[in-house]
Design a protein. Sequence first.
Length: 243
Amino acid sequence: MLFSVKEVSEMADVTIKTLHHYHKIGLLMPSEISEAGYRFYGEKELQRLQEILFYRELEFSLVQIKEIMNTNPDRRTILEKQEALLISKSRRLHTLIDTIKLSITSMKEGIPLENKQLFDGFTNEQQWNKALEEQSKHLEETYGMEPLSVQEADVQKMNEQAAEATFMSNMADSLRTGVKHNDAKATDLIKMHIDFLNGHGHKLSALDFAAQTKFFLQDDFHLSMLESQKTGLAYYLASAASG
């Protein structure tokens, strides 16, 4: 049984223009073309269109899809790979949805999230760059700094740093529970934080960190970010780092 372009368009919820484009670039060829120039598609073409749309859902480019499908003509192999990719994407999206829900609840109830929770579900450079967009824009507009940019090779390091970001939450807890800024608990937290950064490719001395915390006091964006976690946190952190 053959289907017209219009029927396939309605069946697969894609535009006729899209099907024409897929034909033009050799990605999805019609089964038959009538003497009048009308395109018709059979079962095999419908299956190929399904595979194409799965890859589009996974945000593959048309060039990538064509290359993959021409290299792996076996439908079962393609579907199994797509299933694995879609399951992975689904899990990531569920994590991101949970992160959004937590963030909304945090805003409504005024309960700050641990820093590492802010980035649950961010697994690639696009997601990290989106998460850092506001801070990057602020630094660029206020200080003329180059925009923050996370490359693919940086993702693992960024994820590790986000996981370690409980440091700021622990400092906020110390302030909340009345730990003095010069108490050994606070200074130990700072030392472990600096050691972690140095162990992950960021050379930072205690003096460098102290200077950084003083910068936070002078910069509205970072000051607001710290104070939103706990009132007085920015000043507490600067005092602890200088002590």
